[in-house]
Design a protein around this ligand. Structure first.
Ligand code: PGA
Ligand code: ZN
Length: 433
């Protein structure tokens, strides 16, 4: 018996940052290594995502996960016992075969991703290595650039504004730590501005300030103001990144901007965003058009894909095949990587590899429903994905991840470089090795 044989897989119900039940899996290996991981959960969910298994009924609004926990303790544990935890791909293939559905509905993507990540953690622990180092092997390390939300919106803030994430990136920072230092000043400045203008109403789901604005561009103007108040020049040290999450307000072929009181067709929506690109230093824009508006996404990519990163989240759902199809259209030039959108670590890695092959950018991302689990930070560094998005600069489920990245940067010391934001072309360079 090797030290890396799986001897036990245990599931339990724990709670996420919205107070909803979620699945934790704990894997024990023959050599004594024992590690756990927790499934996150989304609120603005793409229709092509792998689905969480929720119990339904009245308990916790139908969101309980005891069936998924039961699957970890039952079918999954029984099947994985005796398997070598180092064979991540084969373990994930086994989970996929056991599930037998296209959307992971039988076992539950929540049961599967928690197990898949816990197996990976246990294998790294058995090798006595931090997870990022276990994944990196001999390859050189690079720290990703953090994309940090300042104002939350969309489905994370009762649709108070239409746009979901108003974020900043610090392309000129010299390290991950410095990028966070600058971001902290901007977050503080934004809070002070909100207080002074009587708009401070707490924070949204990912810790960004609650967006008490009269229009979507008022939020953009406030973001510019916060960057300047913190002593930075927008477009120089600090640039803007948006997640429009447009699928959330697309109905019957039209974009319905509730805050601005406008109904736009695909071309008008594109034109509005291109006008924003001209007026604000936006370097990245996620889901600018809806997941079911592939033609619009293609037109938008052809129009501005040479000058801005266009990220597919709902449109690509961390699916390697979708990335390949989109690259051929072309629609988008970067993929958001959320492991629970697809259900296993190996499938998420395949999406990263598909992006790399297409010379696209990639961003490892958290969900709006999160926990203290910091696995995604290790995946970003370990897979050399050069951008990391985990929400805002408040709430411990977010800070746990930023803080873990600080520890990794410190441990790597001079053996790492900071990616900065060299949009997707920079990614290509890093991917080429
Ligand atoms: P979700 O959204 O986690 O609520 O689905 C986050 C995002 O759209 O990036
Ligand atoms: Zn998104």
């Amino acid at each position: 018996m090797t030290a890396t044989e799986i001897v036990a897989v245990r599931g339990r119900r724990v709670w996420d940052s919205r107070g909803r039940p979620t699945v934790e899996a704990e894997v024990t290996l023959s050599g004594g290594a024992r590690r756990r991981a927790i499934a996150p959960a989304g609120a603005s969910v793409g229709s092509g995502e792998a689905v969480d298994l929720r119990d339904g009924g009245s308990r916790f609004g139908g969101a309980d996960v005891m069936k998924a926990v039961g699957n970890v303790n039952g079918a999954i544990a029984n099947t994985l016992r005796g398997r070598d935890a180092r064979d991540q791909k084969s373990i994930d293939d086994t989970l996929i075969a056991l599930d037998r559905t296209p959307d992971k509905a039988r076992l539950g993507a929540n049961a599967m991703i928690a197990t898949s990540m816990a197996v990976l953690h246990a294998a790294a622990a058995a090798a006595d290595m931090p997870l990022y180092a276990y994944l990196l092997g001999d390859r050189p390390a690079a720290m990703p650039i953090p994309e940090v939300q300042i104002f939350g919106g969309g489905a994370h803030a009762g649709r108070r504004v239409d746009i979901q994430d108003f974020m900043v990136v610090a392309p000129k920072a010299r390290s991950f730590a410095e990028a966070l230092d600058w971001t902290a000043e901007i977050y503080r400045a934004a809070g002070a501005m909100m207080r002074e203008t009587g708009r401070l109403q707490g924070v949204a789901d990912e810790g960004g300030f609650w967006p008490a604005f009269d229009s979507n561009t008022a939020a953009l103007d406030a973001l510019m103001g916060a960057i300047e108040r913190a002593g930075f020049t927008p477009g120089d040290e600090i640039s803007i990144s948006l997640d429009v999450a447009a699928s959330d307000f697309y109905r019957d072929g039209a974009y319905r901007l509730a805050l601005d009181g406008r109904v736009l067709d695909s071309d008008a929506m594109s034109a509005m965003l291109i006008d924003w690109l001209d007026r604000y230093p936006i370097v990245s824009i996620e889901d600018p058009l809806a997941e079911h508006d592939a033609a619009g996404l293609t037109r938008f990519t052809k129009a501005v894909g040479h000058r801005v990163q266009i990220v597919g989240d709902d449109f690509l759902v961390t699916d390697a095949a979708r990335v390949r199809r989109a690259a051929a259209m072309p629609a988008c030039n970067a993929v958001l990587v959320k492991p629970n959108q697809v259900g296993t670590v190996s499938e998420a890695k395949a999406a990263v590899e598909a992006a790399r092959a297409a010379r696209w950018g990639a961003i490892v991302s958290a969900r709006s429903g999160e926990t203290e689990d910091v696995t995604i930070v290790h995946l970003a560094v370990g897979w050399s994905v050069l951008q990391l998005k985990v929400g805002s600069f408040a709430r411990s489920e977010r800070m746990a991840k930023w803080n873990e990245a600080l520890r990794i940067e410190e441990a790597l010391g001079s053996r790492t470089r900071f990616a900065g934001f060299e949009p997707w072309r920079g990614q290509v360079l890093a991917f080429r090795k």
